[in-house]
Design a protein around this ligand. Structure first.
Ligand SMILES: [Zn+2]
Length: 285
């Protein structure tokens, strides 16, 4: 059974295996989504800005991200939204195109909330590496178009369904002008075997400056609404500022109300600092 205690090992195994291997053993998963695969960053990417797994480690900022997948029953986890809203958590929400079309009022509520940045999670929810180049391009473009039609926001941050990418998908993403936003810290929230406290410990103990954490806001996250209050409170108590992905990429900003001020990380940033994954960065991770 996968527990946070063994996740680092699974991480390593997944990275060693390359491709888009799940960080969890497939036998441990009974649901359709996450298994948030660790991306294959050993691949060569000619456009560094095309793939973002984390930002600079220089500052104690973390981006919590939430996927609204165009899969299942196109559900919305209102409790997750309410936790974020009530705790004033800035976050990036990746909206599936079909999900938006089936949750129009909710999508408008999300987009109208200044805490949240709207991004795209494609149109359907396919396994991109299994599609042709043209089909991948269609998925990206239609995902953007669906968000734009409904919300008048044209998202350029794209999260691949299941977190599955490869060099070919990245090349198409580059052509489409989007940034593929992966993550360096999957919460594992779709795994029904992970207890809420395990998820809290896993996320809080492994978050680093510049981390991008993935959760779900479509009820694919079994315990997300129960883990979030502790995750948010404990990250903040450790001095992390919670920001959107775009803010994570930018230079730090100190908000005038003090609620989201940041403190530079004390320890020295790792060599390379910014790991907008370029060549072979995962291999050395
Ligand atoms: Zn998804």
């Amino acid at each position: 059974m996968a527990t946070p205690r063994v996740l680092p090992l699974l991480f390593s195994l997944a990275l060693a295996a390359g491709g888009y291997t799940s960080i969890y053993g497939e036998s441990m998963i009974s649901r359709a989504e996450p298994r948030h695969a660790k991306s294959a960053t050993a691949m060569r990417c000619e456009a560094p800005d095309t793939l973002l797994e984390n930002a600079t480690r220089e500052y104690k900022r973390v981006a919590l991200t939430f996927d609204a997948c165009s899969s299942g029953e196109y559900r919305f986890d209102r409790e997750v939204y309410d936790v974020l809203d009530s705790m004033r958590v800035r976050a990036t929400i990746f909206l599936g195109g079909e999900w938006v079309e089936k949750n129009r009022r909710t999508a408008h509520m999300i987009a109208a909330n200044p805490l949240f940045e709207v991004a795209t999670h494609g149109y359907h929810h396919p396994h991109l590496p299994k599609l042709s180049d043209a089909e991948v391009a269609w998925e990206i473009a239609q995902g953007q178009a669906a968000v734009f039609r409904e919300l008048s926001v044209f998202p350029r941050l794209f999260r691949a369904p299941f977190g599955e990418i490869n060099a070919r998908v990245l090349a198409v993403a580059k052509q489409q002008g989007v940034t593929m936003v992966q993550y360096d810290l999957p919460s594992g929230d779709p795994d029904p075997l992970l207890k809420p406290d395990k998820i809290v410990r896993w996320v809080v103990d492994n978050a680093r400056g510049g981390s991008i954490v993935v959760f779900h806001i479509n009820k694919n996250g079994v315990h997300t609404r129960h883990t979030l209050p502790k995750v948010v409170a404990e990250l903040r108590s450790k001095g992390f500022e919670l920001v959107t992905v775009s803010e994570l990429r930018d230079q730090p900003v100190t908000f005038t109300d003090g609620a989201y001020s940041y403190d530079p990380i004390v320890e020295a940033a790792p060599a390379g600092g910014m790991r907008i994954a370029a060549v072979g960065s995962a291999a050395s991770k």
